[in-house]
Design a protein around this ligand. Structure first.
Ligand code: F6R
Length: 261
């Protein structure tokens, strides 16, 4: 796992965006796994800047969202379908027909979940999966004790997650109780994982995921099983890492041919 510690949240976005940009530059039809929430906002803004500058294009790229609430209407401003359209599809110029979000309104949710995994596979698989991490260590909405082998499926959101996401709704009661999320097994099949985290509230979860034991109790520790996982952190999110100096040292001495990889 590569751990990159940078001074500011803006720098997290810039470094992570450079990674996504290099994937798309090599493969314009790349399949991008898309996270929602606050963590990837800087990354998406930096990608938007690159699109506007004419440096990259997502016109031929494909996108798969990580997760969606169950039972929320498609046009609700906080459905992840709406969020992905607003934060990613429109500003980055994706073809909306090439971007999918799990169907949290399906009558048969289990079939819809299986179909989502099948669609990812049919696309050729995710080239780079963007991830945030919850304060309880979740990635996607794989809450603690999610199986490392799990596929896209329905999960019950942890009370802590509903509390955290209440900021997007008028009250916590309005935050849906259930979600459909790519499983940890699904996420681990991506060719590259790119997790971004900023702020001290994430420091414990980040340290547990990177340096703690591999445990379904900390779903983010699944990154340790992946051969190409990168974590980009600001100083506050990196504050609990025991080997922070070593990560700074390895990044400072990264061979130039390996930068952006
Ligand atoms: C979002 C997702 C979640 C978030 C996590 C952190 O699609 O799957 O895992 O990445 O809850 O959320 P923020 O970034 O809002 O702190």
């Amino acid at each position: 796992m590569e751990i990159i510690i940078v001074p500011t949240p803006t720098e997290v976005g810039r470094v992570a965006a450079a990674r996504v940009a290099s994937v798309v530059a090599m493969k314009p039809s790349a399949v991008i796994g898309l996270a929602t929430g606050s963590s990837p906002q800087g990354l998406y803004s930096d990608l938007k800047r690159r699109v506007q500058a004419g440096d990259i294009s997502f016109v031929d790229a494909h996108g798969f969202a990580l997760d969606e609430y169950v039972g929320i209407s498609l046009d609700h401003p906080e459905s992840y379908a709406s969020v992905i359209t607003r934060d990613v599809v429109v500003p980055l110029g994706f073809d909306p027909a090439r971007v999918q979000v799990p169907d949290g309104r399906a009558n048969d949710l289990e079939s819809a979940a299986r179909a989502y995994d099948a669609a990812i596979r049919a696309s050729g698989g995710i080239d780079v999966q963007i991830l945030g991490i919850g304060t309880n260590g979740h990635i996607g909405f794989n809450e603690p004790t999610s199986s490392f082998a799990s596929r896209t499926r329905i999960k019950t959101l942890a009370p802590l997650t509903r509390e955290a996401n209440a900021r997007f709704f008028d009250s916590i009661e309005q935050v849906p109780m259930h979600c459909m999320t790519q499983g940890l097994g699904t996420i681990l099949e991506a060719r590259q994982l790119l997790l971004v985290a900023q702020g001290s509230a994430k420091a414990k979860a980040v340290a547990a995921a990177i340096e703690g034991p591999l445990s379904s109790f900390v779903p983010g520790s699944a990154l340790q099983l992946h051969q190409h996982a990168t974590v980009v952190l600001d100083e506050a999110a990196a504050a609990e890492l025991q080997l922070a100096d070593y990560y700074r040292y390895t990044y400072a001495n990264k061979p130039t041919w390996q930068l952006d990889q």
